[in-house]
Design a protein. Sequence first.
Lengths: 341, 752
Amino acid sequence: MGSSARKKKEKKKDFQKVKLKVGKTKAKPDNFTDTSFKAKSIVVNQQSLSTSAPTSSAQFEHYLSLASSSKSDTQRRDALAYLTSRLSSRPVNEPLPLPTSILLPKLAPLILDGTASVRTQLLKFLRLLPSSDIGDRAEAMLLYIRAGMTHLAVDIRTDALSVMEWMLEVAPEDVVACPGGWVKTLKCFMSMMGWALSIGTTKWTAATKASFGKAGKTFPRQLMVLAQFLRAGLVEQQALPPTASRQALFPLTDVNIHMIPTSSNAYAHLNLFGTPRDEEGEMYVDREGRQRVFNKLFQTAVEKGIENAKKEAGEPGRAGAVLAKVLKDGMGDFNGVDDTL
Amino acid sequence: MPKKRVGALEKVDADLPNLQYKIRRDPKSYSEDFLNQYGQYKSQRDIFMASPSTATSAGIVSFRDLIDFVAHVADCFPEDTAEFPEDLKNILTSYHAELESELREKIVGSLVLLRRKEIIDSANLLNTLFPILVATPSKTLRSLLFSKILSDLRTSNSKSTNHRLNRTMQTALFNLLSSDKTSQKGIWAVKITRELWKRQIWTDAKAVEIMKEASLADNEKVIGGGVRFFLGGDKEREELEDESSDEEVVDIGKLKHQHGINKKTKKKTKTLERAVEKVKKHEKKKKAPHPLNFSALHLLHDPQGFAEQLFSKHLQNTKSKLNLDQKLLVLQLVSRLIGLHKLTVISLYSYFIKYLTPRQPSVTSFLASLAQATHNLVPPDALEPLVQKIANEFVSEASASEVASAGLNAIREICVRQPLAMNDTLLQDLVMYRKSKDKGTMMAAKGLLSLYREVGADMLKKRDRGKTATMGLKSGSIKDRRFGEEEAGGIEGLELLEEWKENERKRKRVERGLPEEVGSDEEEEDEQDWDAWDVESDASSDSGGWINVESDGEIEISDSEDDKPAVKKAKTQASKSEAEAKESTNEKTELEKEEQKISKLATTKILTPADLAKLQELRLEASLSKAMGGNKVQTARQKELLARHADDALTAEQIEGFSKLRKSTKEERVALAREGKGDRSEHKSTQALRRDKKDSEGKSSTNKEKSRKKNFMMTLGKAKFKQKRSLVQTKRVLQGHVERSKRGGKRGNIGM
């Protein structure tokens, strides 16, 4: 009988009424499920919550920032591709969505990017920029190009060379004349091709079996770019046809010399406001100055290098011959008298 | 390094650590590679210099890694990297505020690395880092620079003291402090100096001079740092030395034994060798002569001027911005200086007047400072009003018991140092408080009483003087002191030591079975082996008569001066008062005795440190037995009071005595409750604790414990058998038990 009493009690328990109390929250029902949750981070799928579609210029900026600062390499590449397509597809006379002065400093660090596809895409993009804007930013670009040329990774070095080539096509005069553009860049070439010598070298001839210099296939290419660079710096440009100025009347001869200069910061070579520069960082505006420095610092090394390259024959030999010709053109009329400076 | 970056590095085989490893092994072969990387470093530097704030460490090979790489291999190509240190220094000095923190740290680290490779010298490094330490707003950089500077100073002083470097550094610190007294930058000078002082790298007067300059600065923090150094720097140094000296001592015998038994391997042999080396080093260090480390207070140049300046600048000056705590610190330092060097800064005592009320916050510290600033050359006129004021304000029936005891303690501490600051009416009044119901007050009053029984018994009422003091007064052995009087010559308690030594010798002779007194023929022998090496001791004992002659001459002089009225020279005064008390003939022999007592031991023997320690002990004992043979607690307290050296600092706690003016904190109460209960990590019964203790000492367990722990199955047989025993067997067992208990155990407790 006892068991039945117990069962009764149990039955009763199931249908007991919950007492409500003043000042207390209502008790949760038995079948209540807690749906609250905790999360360490909240992920938002889309960042912009605006309803209207972004304008094309805003989108351009967005992709620019993605290209310059995204962590993922595919994202960078895709962003660059977008930028390239935007530039190439715009109507002929329309100005750039953003001026070059903003684009270049943001994208120049990508020369040192670790991913090959990003670098090739970058080169494509750079080729689309108007060539007249590049000259003024040659110094900033050269900083990264030089860093790329001496990079530990071979791929980055070769790609930096192609950027260099492009620069030489677009603004040869500015590349060689900007501060540090001549001596520092030449030093880079020297070390890249393994022609540089340590200051503290002993009389021992070091067997240059190091991992860096021997780039095999790229060597002729390096020679070609160097030849291009030297041509820009050492070989005299064709003088302007003098006919135009001659035609003017007597008081107006050479009037273009006396006009306000067209390039920005025309007196930069005087370095009026900056910190004093050393030999490396100096601007070598005229051809004679460049010749002098080249003769003093690099000529012997380059000549020796050319001889070695010629001996190799084949592609390097041909490239060496080209380089030798450039050297002959550039340094032929140089007389080493004014070496006293 | 994050995994992702490693992957990227592998992709382009830009492996700087690998190259670094190769270069370090064979610099010449890889010079071309190095030049390339150096070129890369240069171009990266140019990029960085073009826009220092925006340049990030993006890219696979960051500027930071390149700096690290070049710094590591710079010693292989000294000519090529000649400008590298300069570059780093320039970057750091001009852009330290805007540099990215990791790059900044790397540059600092590389500079230190270059210093370790001795490419740049210490002075160069410190000259770069120190200005940045002072100037930078970044806390992390400051702490980094601080540690680097300290470690560099330590390493460059580790083999031998680099005086030149220390001098330049000290000059730089001094200039930092003296150039701009209001700036907070001086705190770095204080910190560096204190740390180096603690580690005993700087122990000279120049360091103390820096701290002196800091104490006289205008910035509160700098002042605090300087003053705290003087108050606690030496203690810190001692503590550090103690810590370093009681490192774990290896038991070499045990190790050797283990080595003999265990399997012999090369490694184990090596560890043994190393241990032996260590022990030897330790021994050597122990035996090395102790370097003379003067405390900062003693190395101070012109303490009088310093104390005066401190007082007038920080305390007397109404414009000084120090708060009460800081002022108290300065006051403590000033009073400590005065007490230690016996300086005279009269205006200090009148300064105290204002603060001597029970309502003044932390008044006990003021009282302690006042007592500390008292010494026997302070004119009693300056002190008397202070003592009077303390008595009026603190010690009365109406005031709380803690207040009264603090006042009495303070008065006692003042009077220990200058007994003349008390007049007899006040003293007799204060002594009456020994009948107080409060223990603190009672003890303080008794302390005052016992003090004056020694130093000025005639000021006490006759019935308070006590036996020894009364007898001493009667016989004239207790004389009243005059202001400025100094104790003449001699080492206190030397005669006690002599006596003790004599007793020891006698005891030894008795042990050897010889008569207590030495025979005439034996004496020489004994003397010879007592100090066989000491030739001069014989000579001086021969010339004992010569001393007598001289002392006679001295007496004559004092006699001749006897005619003159009241000459206040300390030495002659002492002998004069004695001359008045006794007949001249008596006096002669008395003085002779005294002379002998003074001169004998100290002039004939060299006292060893053990002797000196014994001397101190005997001195304490004697003064204790003279004071009172009272109960244990009292003597212990007395002992503590006497053992305190006069040069030691006085703290507020000592003034407070038993009763505390402030409430005790919870920690203190808990500590008090826990005191004497032993270390109790987990909650266990006392039995278990006792057992643990025994186990840890390696002692055996008792039979009871053994039987308790005995395996149940082993006891089962006996228990079963017990039930089946016959009556005879039971009887035998019981009888055996009775007999055993009579005998005292199975084997009998005969008292072996």
